[in-house]
Design a protein around this ligand. Structure first.
Ligand SMILES: [Zn+2]
Length: 461
């Protein structure tokens, strides 16, 4: 039914869609998202105070029927089990999961149909995509019970920060809009202000600030790159807005200088969230912002070693999506486990020290040094003439730095930037090209990755 309504409104004239969306947001969340959402909220309120053993027991309770389902109904997994000469009974718990191979994006792309459960109707699935901010976009399918868990976790994120019904939230995202003129929209029912950053010129930045001054959000939920531009605009124009209680970031890597600039300008702490469209592994910061609490309710979170010292890759097994099960899915995202054992907040959700860039986000120098985006990010500190920047590794010897200035780029800023980048790369031979441009195009999903590497680093390491 919901799919039918969606297609109905997709073809409707723009004003009808707009009013339908506003009316929809007047509905309480449990009606908008259905019974699965209510169930997920109930689960999360119970699991809030679970101990580590309770999380494991919960995951194993869901894992057993999931594996049986994969074996009986999903052709790809059936052949995986058969090739290894095992059956679901051989996986008695989470520690036995390593009897199964990792699932790569490449396999999902190639197998597609073979990963779909034969006993689930297409009408009970929804198509989903990754934005392709690193690598090629991926199409996959989810059953209708998985997104509600994601949404319930997003609600938990707010509740952990003291959100109460009636609090106002402003969203800043980069998604393209059907009608770009309506880049600011207000949904009174949900008390949400939604602002699209897809095209943000000076007039639009001023309009956004006007809306923020009028609306005075308690929470700002934003992609870091969007809020960073607004923070620079506030500093440039001397305007100000009432500080929100918290700023929530997600969807893009949160680099230290971006966090610092946002916190300083908006006078509010930044709380970050890690997740992915495939919903296999989620981790979020609490109000202490010490590390990231893994959310075992979504899936089994594994960390596997990489060729980058101290960094592990995040691998996730989603316990909910039975339409296209993701078992031991390699996200390509990197994290530092660290030794933080407990958080002052007292929650027993396991901790990660840091979530880092995606695999492709690293630069490889001709001297075979891998340079983290976090290090290159520091090259841009206090270069206030720069509005946006992107680094593209064209080949092993060439780095293209695209820069969008607010007005013009002075010779001294150019020289400082080139010097800072070279120092951080520690590479005398890398050819660095500085391109001044009017715009850095966003990906189809609206993202603007800081680093794009055209290298396959494994060919060189
Ligand atoms: Zn905590």
């Amino acid at each position: 039914m919901r799919g039918y309504l969606k297609s109905l409104f997709r073809n409707a004239p723009a004003p009808v869609v707009e009013w339908a969306q506003i009316a929809y947001h007047f509905l309480p969340a449990r009606w908008r998202y259905g019974r699965s959402f209510t169930n997920a909220v109930r689960l999360l309120s119970e699991s809030e105070h679970w101990a580590e053993r309770d999380f494991i027991a919960y995951q194993e309770r869901l894992l057993e029927p999931l594996l049986k389902h994969c074996y009986e109904n999903v052709p790809y997994y059936r052949s995986v089990f058969q090739e290894r000469g095992i059956s679901p009974r051989d996986i008695q718990g989470i520690s036995d999961l390593d009897k199964l191979p990792y699932l790569t994006k490449e396999t999902v792309r190639k197998k597609q149909k073979g990963l779909l459960a034969e006993n689930i109707s297409f009408l009970d699935m929804e198509e989903a995509h990754t934005s392709g901010s690193s690598g090629t976009p991926l199409t996959f399918y989810m059953d209708r019970n998985t997104r509600p868990v994601d949404r319930a976790l997003a609600l938990r994120k707010l509740l952990w920060l003291g959100y109460k019904p009636g609090d106002r939230i402003a969203f800043f995202k980069g998604m393209p809009l059907a009608n770009p003129a309506k880049f600011i929209r207000y949904f009174p029912g949900a008390r949400e202000l939604r602002i699209s950053f897809h095209n943000s010129d000076d007039k639009r930045l001023n309009d956004m600030l006007d809306a923020m001054q009028y609306y005075r959000p308690d929470f700002i939920d934003a992609w870091p790159s969007c809020l960073y531009i607004l923070a620079q605009w506030i500093a440039k124009t001397g305007r100000s807005i009432a500080p929100p209680r918290y700023i929530l970031t997600a969807s893009e890597n949160l680099y230290p200088h971006i966090r610092e600039k946002i916190e300083k300008t908006f006078h509010a702490p930044v709380i970050d969230w890690y997740g992915q469209e495939e919903s296999v592994a989620i981790a979020m910061q609490c109000s202490q912002a010490k590390g990231y609490h893994i959310q075992p309710e979504m899936g089994v979170f594994e960390l596997i070693p990489t060729d980058k010292p101290g960094l592990s890759e995040i691998v996730g097994t989603c316990l909910h999506n039975i339409a296209m099960p993701f078992l031991r899915y390699r996200t390509g995202d990197l994290a530092v486990k660290g030794d933080v054992q407990s958080c002052p907040c007292g929650r027993k959700h396991p901790l990660l020290e840091k979530v880092m860039g995606r695999e492709a986000d690293f630069v490889l120098t001709p001297e075979r040094n891998l340079v983290s985006p976090l290090i290159l990010d520091f090259a841009f500190i206090q270069l206030d003439e720069i509005r946006e920047a992107q680094i593209i590794q064209e080949d092993i010897k060439t780095l293209r730095v695209r820069v969008v200035p607010w007005e013009t780029l002075s010779e001294s800023t150019r020289a400082t930037l080139l010097r800072e980048i070279r120092e951080r790369l520690e590479s005398p031979t890398m050819n660095i090209i500085l391109d001044e441009t009017d715009d850095i195009p966003r990906t189809e999903g609206g993202k603007r990755p800081f680093i794009i590497s055209k290298l396959r680093t494994e060919d060189y390491l």
